[in-house]
Design a protein. Structure first.
Length: 410
């Protein structure tokens, strides 16, 4: 079956979900509704929390920047990852969960509750951060086990992307456990290791695996004349580079870390060009994915400069977290939300403005890390990101509890 830009499926469709009635039933029955809905609430919670905490150097006994450095990536992205994995992943593996499988909604709500416990604990003190991380880790691990079971049951010949995502999910669980041990012990080395694994062992491997699988597919669907190019060695070279960054930093080999980052930057820049960055601008929804991917090359270049001893501050982390991961999240989630909400796959002016605004905020935050600026600019970046996320949430959140616009089940 061919796929056009207006098809509402991610890949060739699986059997439709049985019809569901109430909003609560829809959230319980359709994984992406549960995870994306909870993810939007997590983003807004983190945005409001950081806007209030940004002027405080300490949150209880924890340095605010250290808390921000872990809570933001662990709070913003995992729920959306699960929503995408349990929507597109079964299609990749040509397998589905049993009809009597438990709802994903309790896992989504448990992760969100853990995030709220941790944020409250960091703000108010006490042992709540540890309880929050424990709840997040348990819910994430259960979801990872469900993905492993799907992977095990699949009979398709090519399960490479599913396996690489599974391994990254395991490292995500490890990062959450290290974060828990950090708040219990106060050992800064555990924080550093957790953060390294979050970025290089978890976030980037998942995003890169999904991009490698989906961007050439979406591009060829929207631009039929564009040849698909996604050799498996390319993804494996990226993941090997991420692993080298963790190992090199752990053993204090700055030269190896810099070399790995520069090699990744060159490879990702070439891939962005080869995948059709310029051609993607013909289609806004497609361009949203390609423009986000284009952040990776400068982000890894900044990481290489950091490893080489150049003072770039937190620019690499913000280029990856805000420039690449956050904008890519909005691009992918908007696409899935529209398609599986029975709406046309078209990024209207509002979605497009929000998306470009996020790029502007990311550029501002990276610029502040590189060249500094008055505190008001940092507050502006934080407030701007929160306002854009509020505008995006107002568009996508109601779709998760409403029935599909085309009247189909799911």
């Amino acid at each position: 079956m061919s796929l056009t830009v207006f098809n509402t499926s991610i890949e060739p469709p699986s059997p439709p979900t049985p019809g569901v009635g109430s909003a609560w039933q829809r959230l319980r029955s359709v994984p992406h509704r549960a995870y994306f809905g909870a993810g939007v609430l997590a983003i807004l919670s983190l945005g409001f929390w950081w806007a209030l905490a940004i002027a405080r150097p300490l949150l209880g006994s924890y340095p605010a920047l250290m808390v921000h450095g872990l809570m933001t990536p662990l709070g913003v992205f995992p729920l959306f990852m699960l929503g995408f994995i349990f929507t597109a992943g079964p299609r990749w593996l040509n397998v589905s969960e049993p009809a009597n499988a438990p709802s994903h909604l309790p896992l989504a709500l448990a992760y969100l509750a853990g995030l709220w416990l941790a944020l409250a604990g960091f703000s108010l003190g006490g042992s709540w951060p540890a309880a929050g991380f424990l709840l997040m880790q348990l819910s994430w691990s259960i979801a990872s086990l469900r993905w492993w079971r799907l992977y095990q049951r699949s009979q398709v010949a090519d399960k490479r992307h599913g396996l690489r995502i599974l391994l990254a999910m395991g490292l995500g669980a490890l990062a959450l456990m290290l974060a828990l041990l950090w708040v219990r012990s106060g050992d800064g080395r555990l924080w550093w290791l957790a953060r390294q694994i979050v970025f290089w062992g978890f976030l980037l491997p998942v995003f890169l695996s999904v991009s490698h699988r989906m961007l050439p597919f979406f591009t060829q669907s929207a631009l039929p004349g564009h040849a698909s190019w996604r050799p498996h060695w390319l993804l494996d070279s990226w993941l090997a580079g991420c692993a080298l960054l963790i190992v090199a930093d752990a053993f204090g080999q700055a030269w190896l870390s810099a070399l790995s980052a520069f090699a990744l930057a060159a490879s990702l820049a070439y891939t962005s060009w080869r995948w059709g960055l310029r051609a993607s601008l013909q289609n806004r929804l497609l361009a949203m994915l390609h423009l986000s991917f284009a952040w990776l090359a400068p982000a890894l270049l900044l990481q290489g400069l950091h490893s080489a001893g150049v003072a770039v501050g937190a620019a690499p982390a913000h280029a990856i977290g805000l420039g690449f991961c956050c904008t890519m999240l909005v691009g992918f989630v908007t696409r899935v939300t529209l398609g599986h909400g029975g709406r046309d796959l078209v990024a209207d002016n509002t979605y497009w403005t929000i998306y470009l605004g996020l790029h502007a905020v990311a550029a501002l935050r990276v610029g502040l890390a590189l060249w500094g600026g008055p505190p008001a600019w940092l507050h502006l970046a934080s407030a701007g990101w929160l306002l854009l996320m509020l505008a995006w949430a107002a568009r996508v959140l109601p779709i998760y509890w409403h029935a599909r616009a085309d009247g189909k089940p799911g």
